[in-house]
Write a protein that binds this ligand. Structure first.
Ligand code: GLN
Length: 232
């Protein structure tokens, strides 16, 4: 694969944490999504196919699965942060995200200020930037292991509101049952950007990923995939 060292012959092995729609999730027994499609193009460039492994989110911060040689890269709608940069190398940013407050319709909650004033229960996905953000604001959110668990916690009334990446909420609210049960509250402009990560020093693979991000933005593929997976 053109001087790009890979952990398994003929494959580009991607670690992710499922489900994280619309970036990676299972549909008809196959892992699909925006991140999956972009990395498929990297694999195609390298003349290999992408294989996706589901791993704990925590590993993306420590880089454990990259360092152990289990995966070539991590793709998980992952925000580039200074702290994570100490353990992994990131591609150029490929997506701008914000956080959103989503509450049960019955709660009437629209902001973190209301969560605090009314002593409501707040949830977040453990290890994520959404969780850190609310912790920095002095909250002690109930931690859920995945985006599915966050949604379920809200649905079953374990929490009154959650803070999670807006594109995930955007996807959930396309389901009419969710749109009836939940209410989108304040947008939290964290200015975060997603990046794919590789093992520290794996410049060859990082360059191959950066090339696909740049080229797909230039040739319209990025826009088409955005439309397909995320929306207009
Ligand atoms: N963007 C968030 C973060 O990096 C959430 C990512 C995820 O849960 N897959 O922490």
């Amino acid at each position: 694969a053109d001087g790009v060292p890979l952990v398994a012959k003929g494959k580009l092995t991607t670690c992710t944490h499922l489900p994280y729609p619309p970036f990676q999730f299972e549909r008809d027994g196959e892992v699909v999504g925006f991140d999956v499609a972009l990395i498929d193009r990297v694999a195609k460039d390298l003349g290999v196919r992408q294989e996706i492994l589901d791993t704990p989110f925590e590993n993306f911060k420590t880089g454990a699965f990259l360092n152990s040689g289990e995966c070539d890269l991590a793709a998980a709608g992952m925000t580039i942060t200074e702290e994570r940069k100490k353990n992994v190398d990131f591609s150029v940013p490929y997506f701008d995200a914000t956080q959103a407050l989503l509450a049960t319709a019955g709660s009437g909650i629209r902001s973190l200020a209301e969560v605090e004033a009314e002593k409501r229960k707040l949830g977040a996905q453990s290890g994520t930037t959404g969780e850190s953000h609310v912790q920095e604001q002095g909250f002690d959110p109930v931690a859920f292991e995945s985006s599915d668990a966050v949604l379920n916690g809200l649905r079953t009334g374990q929490v009154d509101a959650v803070v999670i990446d807006y594109p995930v909420v955007q996807g959930w609210l396309k389901d009419p049952a969710n749109a009836r049960a939940f209410r989108l509250g304040q947008s939290i402009e964290t200015g975060e950007q997603y990046g794919f990560s590789v093992k520290k020093g794996n410049d060859a693979l990082r360059a191959a990923i950066d090339k696909v991000i740049r080229e797909s933005r230039a040739d319209g593929d990025y826009e088409r995939l955005h439309e397909e997976w995320i929306g207009p």
